[in-house]
Design a binder for this molecule. Structure first.
Ligand SMILES: [Zn+2]
Length: 407
């Protein structure tokens, strides 16, 4: 029987990078390599499985409790991010890390505390890094290893009482398609957790509200030699428009619960220009105000120029699941109690982005996010704490036990 360390090392050496140019599900055929391996591992444990044609592996561990308990789900994703290669991952294991600089293989790169201050969080722990040439893929293979370890432990210890537990291993999370094909019929949980975060002290149940704004500008091109009083330069309109937006609400100037508008792309000439913004805020009312700012700037310029020079197209992309938890805090209460019993510090951290859990939550399945002990994901400096992965397994075992003891 493999332990969690062996499992993780095995999973992270399988290339499962997503492909955002593909329209298939999963987006890359190589994601099947890990899905099929997991299917084989779970088959050996004789647990009921369903591997869907679009690349989601579902498993169900039936209740062995005499009382009716909440049905709990756990979700992790098999794919890895696009920012760095996931091919030929060669992990390095460092036992009892003492804060020293870590050379990443022979790549010439190094993990140093001055650049990667979170290394401080893992002193005294066993950690796994890359060799500097690829990402590690702890995002989210650490989550997968934690869940498989949890299942294995529960099956090997039938004396541990638990309710119905559901597991899903999704594909294409990194390209925003993780739950596009999610089938709730195979996952009838009362609430769930994505195991897809960073430091295990951090628990996330709030994410951004998100919108995009496409702003088009129409100028009037005239030969510059005879342009006085008549030329309107669309590129300059785009700059003027930006100057009317709140200048302190930028990603480079904000953190925690502060939202931002962010000019992600622009193109322009004299006749036409186009700016693409994203808008983010945790608070629904401020989010609405920030979108309104775009419409106010649009109106202001169209009035000023006495013609339609600006046109704003706003579109919501996703919403903060945080407010949904005010009706049902079961998932959070259970986490709080399991952390307390394991003497694990707990910090609720708002996510400055979206999660698959948020999309599940708006389909009725409240899904906070728990950490895996992974840090600096999506690049060659990614590392994971094996010690924290092991601790998270203990916390989840405690959580399922607590759930079946309640009521
Ligand atoms: Zn992830």
């Amino acid at each position: 029987m493999l332990n969690i360390e062996e499992r993780f090392l095995r999973y992270c050496q399988i290339d499962t990078q997503a492909d955002d140019n593909s329209i298939t599900a999963p987006s890359s055929a190589k994601q099947w390599d890990l899905l099929n391996l997991l299917k084989g591992e779970l088959d050996e444990l004789a647990i009921p499985l369903y591997l869907s044609l679009d690349g989601i592996l579902y498993a169900h561990l039936a209740s062995n409790s005499k009382i009716k308990t909440d049905k709990i789900g756990f979700v992790a994703h098999v794919d890895t991010a696009l920012e760095a290669s996931g091919k030929n991952v060669q992990p390095q294991l460092i036992r009892n890390y003492q804060g020293e600089d870590i050379a990443l293989g022979t790549s010439g790169k190094a993990l140093q505390q001055k650049d990667f201050p979170l290394l401080k969080r893992v002193i005294g722990e066993d950690i796994i890094t890359t060799n500097g040439n690829t990402l590690l893929g702890a995002d989210d293979k650490a989550g997968i290893a934690i869940i498989i370890e949890l299942i294995t432990h529960l099956i090997n210890h039938p004396e541990i009482v638990h309710g119905d537990l559901y597991f899903a291993f999704t594909s294409d999370e990194e390209i925003g398609r993780g739950v596009d094909h999610f089938d709730f019929a195979h996952f009838p949980a009362d609430f769930a957790y994505t195991i897809d975060g960073g430091d295990i002290a951090a628990v996330n149940y709030e994410n951004f509200n998100a919108a995009s704004a496409i702003v088009s500008f129409t100028g009037r091109a005239i030969h510059p030699g005879s342009a006085k009083g008549r030329l309107i330069n669309a590129s300059r309109l785009a700059m003027e428009f930006d100057s009317y937006l709140p200048s302190a609400e930028l990603p480079e100037l904000t953190d925690d619960y502060q939202g931002f508008h962010h000019l992600v792309a622009m193109e322009g000439a004299v006749e036409k220009a186009l700016s693409h913004y994203i808008i983010r805020n945790h608070d629904q009312a401020i989010f609405a105000r920030m979108k309104q700012d775009f419409l106010i700037a649009e109106q202001k310029m169209n009035t000023l120029y006495q013609q339609v020079v600006v046109s704003v197209e706003l579109k919501d992309t996703y919403y903060n699941m945080g407010p949904l938890f005010s009706h049902d805090r079961r998932a959070l209460k259970l986490v709080e109690e399991a952390f307390k019993q394991n003497e694990q510090e707990l910090i609720y951290l708002p996510i400055r982005g979206g999660t698959d859990g948020a999309r599940l939550a708006f389909n009725g399945l409240l899904t906070p996010n728990l950490g895996t002990g992974g840090y600096y994901a999506h690049g060659p400096y990614e590392f994971v704490s094996l010690t924290q992965m092991q601790k998270m397994v203990q916390i989840l075992l405690c959580l399922v036990t607590l759930s079946s003891a309640q009521k």
